[in-house]
Write a protein that binds this ligand. Structure first.
Ligand SMILES: Cc1cc2nc3c(=O)[nH]c(=O)nc-3n(C[C@H](O)[C@H](O)[C@H](O)COP(=O)(O)O)c2cc1C
Length: 359
């Protein structure tokens, strides 16, 4: 029976355990380029023993950044800068992964720690930009009104995702994830809350998922077959009239047909009015249902903080990978502690430089 510290084979890539560092924006880049902060932040989590370490949402074009300080993957300088990070992660036994993203109508906002003082949307004079989306519906008060994308513009963005996928490969990543969650561009297409288009990209379920399926198809073609491909979705909008987990199961089946290997099961983010019953492991039932009904590997994420809790999910076949975000900010060595908690100390991935601390 697999457990938290069992290796996981994903095509030609082996994760040393089932623990992943969930993508987390650091809002610390200049012109989209990773710097020493990202190197130390991501590098220390690889040293900390995680099997998989995600680089935060990296924008496929400048307009796709959430804040002006977000990472990007839209030029060669970015590709070069990531290589140092992926080399270091691999040297320390972690699989380097990157989330490719477009923030859509939730772009051009201040960093979280500046929002209270300055409001949400960054004006053009202060380095902001016009945001785009499937329809001219703002995310919330204070957010910018998106300009509706023409079909030609949709195809241009899909081309940006293709180029970003090529760059991710050149930069040495071994797993790529399409960011289809949290109210950003892809989610705003498939959720009925933010899409009232009348062309083939809006209306019916089939039309609303078209942007995701087409984009993933284009990206999957560029991403080597022997390397795993993941899609993060918002499994539910948590609101009447919104996207449901049943929709997610159907989407996951379609994505599996497109060669997607993992569904990363998050939720919410497309309306401030959602009532989310957040609590320990509250999104795990999504990973469990999608795994069972779409027959695909899933990653569980959200308020997973304890070794025993994470181990149980794997042992009982509720998910294949466990992603942690905030707990990894508190403790980059969480995987080492979890190995002790679940009595898998043979699996301790302690670098020789730190062995004295763990003897
Ligand atoms: C600082 C911070 C930045 C985040 N940035 C991203 C991101 O870039 N992409 C993403 O899909 N989710 C992002 N998230 C969401 C996390 O990946 C995760 O899904 C969420 O925090 C729930 O997990 P947790 O309870 O372990 O923190 C972010 C969360 C935090 C706390």
């Amino acid at each position: 029976m697999p457990h938290l510290f069992s290796p996981l084979q994903l095509n030609d890539v082996t994760l040393r355990n089932r623990i992943g560092v969930s993508p987390m924006c650091q809002y610390s880049a200049k012109d989209g380029t990773p710097n020493d902060w990202h190197f130390v932040h991501l590098g220390s989590r690889a040293v900390g023993g995680a099997g998989l370490v995600f680089v935060e949402a990296a924008a496929v074009e400048p307009r796709g950044r959430i804040s002006p300080e977000d990472l990007g993957i839209y030029n060669e300088k970015h590709t070069e800068a990531y290589r140092r990070i992926t080399d270091f992660m691999k040297e320390h036994g972690a699989v380097p992964a990157i989330q490719l993203a477009h923030a859509g109508r939730k772009a051009s906002t201040y960093r979280p720690w500046e929002k209270d003082e300055k409001g949400a949307g960054v004006s053009d004079e202060q380095g902001g930009w016009q945001v785009i989306g499937p329809s001219p519906i703002a995310f919330a008060e204070g957010y910018k009104l998106p300009e509706e994308l023409s079909k030609e513009e949709i195809h241009n963005i899909q081309e940006s995702f293709r180029l970003a996928t090529v760059r991710a490969r050149e930069a040495g990543f071994q797993l790529v994830e399409f960011h289809g969650a949290h109210g950003y561009l892809a989610h705003s297409f498939y959720s009925p809350l933010s899409n009232d288009r009348t062309d083939e990209y809006g209306g019916s379920f089939e039309n609303r998922i078209r942007f995701v399926l087409e984009t993933v198809r284009i990206m999957r073609r560029e991403w080597p077959e022997n390397l795993p491909f993941s899609v993060r979705i918002s499994s539910s909008d948590w609101i009447e009239g919104g996207w449901t987990v049943e929709d997610s199961v159907e989407l996951a089946k379609r994505l599996k047909n497109e060669g997607v290997d993992i569904i990363d099961c998050s939720s919410g983010g497309n309306t401030p009015d959602a009532v989310i019953p957040a609590g320990a492991g509250y999104q795990v039932p999504f990973a469990e249902k999608i795994r069972a009904e779409a027959d695909i590997y899933t990653a569980a994420v959200g308020m997973i903080t304890q070794g025993m809790q994470a181990d149980e999910l794997i042992r009982n076949g509720r998910a294949d990978i466990v992603l942690l975000a905030r707990e990894m900010l508190r403790d980059p060595y969480w995987p080492l502690r979890a190995a002790q908690e679940v009595h898998q100390t043979d699996s301790l991935a302690v670098p020789p430089q730190y062995e004295r601390g763990w003897q």
